[in-house]
Design a protein around this ligand. Structure first.
Ligand SMILES: N[C@@H](CCC(=O)N[C@@H](CS)C(=O)NCC(=O)O)C(=O)O
Length: 333
């Protein structure tokens, strides 16, 4: 299917991009008799380093100490007309180091060529999209869940019984902040996380104008929020005060892609984070440079190449811009 059809299929007749809901929506649970119980080595995550939704799961897996408990396969950055694929043996043999992830990894479980093969293994009649992230159950050989918002909640809460205390204690959705987190996630998702896609995939000028202005309106709102937080107490460096929460993770994966990709590729170019949003820029650099888990799950090569070389309708020659240089400013600049 060509990119044109792909985009048009999800843009309505008025030129608005519509994201379709995920299909596999089961949950891992400690309740007796639960179909999916938390077990070390039972589950596997399929991600793309390019994808902001998958990136949420990578950060949460790392922060919760689940790296040795939940396995990982990484698709190639190039998404073609059949969707995501894994790097071929030849491609991987051509790399100097066996731990080089610049092209992704093989499918560590089944050696499938494509992510769609995994979806068909779970359900031969599957008719939805073949999206990342996928949380796979090796025991029942099926997809537990392919909705990132739900996967990160499970990673936060539902493995605690098998985690060492230092990781079980980490709670990215503390009870007293839960409703605030849900509220902020809601408007950030609609207007920023998905807002950049609605801008970039708009097929009518007036839709683009509206969506682009909307993204910047909400970036202004976040900028203001961070500024207010910080002016009340210098320790308030995060969206909801002095503790990192799920809301920061979900915003981070869009903001880290903003200057390198969304500004030029999705034409979100009324401003840049580094030049127009000092508080967001400080927050971004704090997470990236100072908090383990953010930098190591961010792969700018996958991010830049994926968007610019996969969306052929937006960028027909697949030229990846060199800048901005650097991808993210150093902490002290
Ligand atoms: N609602 C999903 C959205 C995931 C999503 O759209 N992933 C994109 C990559 S950024 C994808 O895999 N797209 C493949 C396709 O649409 O064919 C989630 O948050 O998990």
């Amino acid at each position: 299917m060509s990119e044109k059809i792909e985009i048009l299929k999800f843009a309505d007749k008025d030129g608005n991009y519509k994201r379709r809901p995920s299909v596999f929506r089961d949950f891992i649970s400690t309740k007796p008799g639960a179909r999916f119980s938390p077990e070390a080595g039972r589950y596997h995550l399929y991600v793309s380093y390019a994808c902001p939704w998958a990136h949420r799961t990578l950060i949460t897996r790392r922060l919760k100490g689940l790296v040795s408990i939940i396995g990982l396969s990484i698709v190639h950055w190039h998404m073609d007309d059949k969707g995501w694929r894994f790097p071929t043996k030849e491609e991987l043999n051509g790399l100097k180091h066996s731990d080089d992830e610049s092209l992704g990894t093989p499918d560590h479980l089944y050696d499938f060529a494509r992510l769609r093969d995994l979806y068909f293994k779970a359900d031969p009649n599957y008719e939805g999209r073949f999206t990342v992230p996928v949380l796979w159950d090796k025991k029942l050989k099926t997809i537990v869940n392919n909705e990132s918002a739900e996967i990160i909640r499970m990673l936060n809460f539902d493995f605690n019984s098998i985690l060492p205390a230092e990781f079980a204690e980490i709670n990215l959705v503390p009870k007293d902040l839960e409703s605030k987190i849900d509220e902020i996630n809601g408007w950030i998702y609609d207007n920023i996380n998905n807002g950049v896609y609605k801008t970039g995939f708009a097929t009518k000028q007036e839709v683009y104008d509206k969506e682009c202005k909307n993204v910047f309106h909400y970036l202004d709102k976040v900028e203001h929020l961070l500024k207010e937080n910080h002016s009340k107490d210098r320790k308030n460096e995060f969206l909801l005060g002095n503790n990192l929460t799920e809301a920061d993770i979900r915003l981070f994966t869009t903001i880290i892609r903003f200057d390198p990709v969304y500004v030029q590729h999705f034409k979100c170019n009324i401003g840049m984070i580094r030049t127009h949003y000092p508080n967001l820029n400080n927050w971004l650099r704090l997470l990236y440079w100072k908090i383990p888990g953010f930098q190591e799950t961010t792969n700018f090569e996958h991010i830049k190449k994926h968007y610019t070389k996969s969306h052929v309708k937006i960028n027909p020659y697949g030229i990846t811009p060199l800048g901005p240089i650097p991808d993210i400013l150093p902490i002290d600049q």
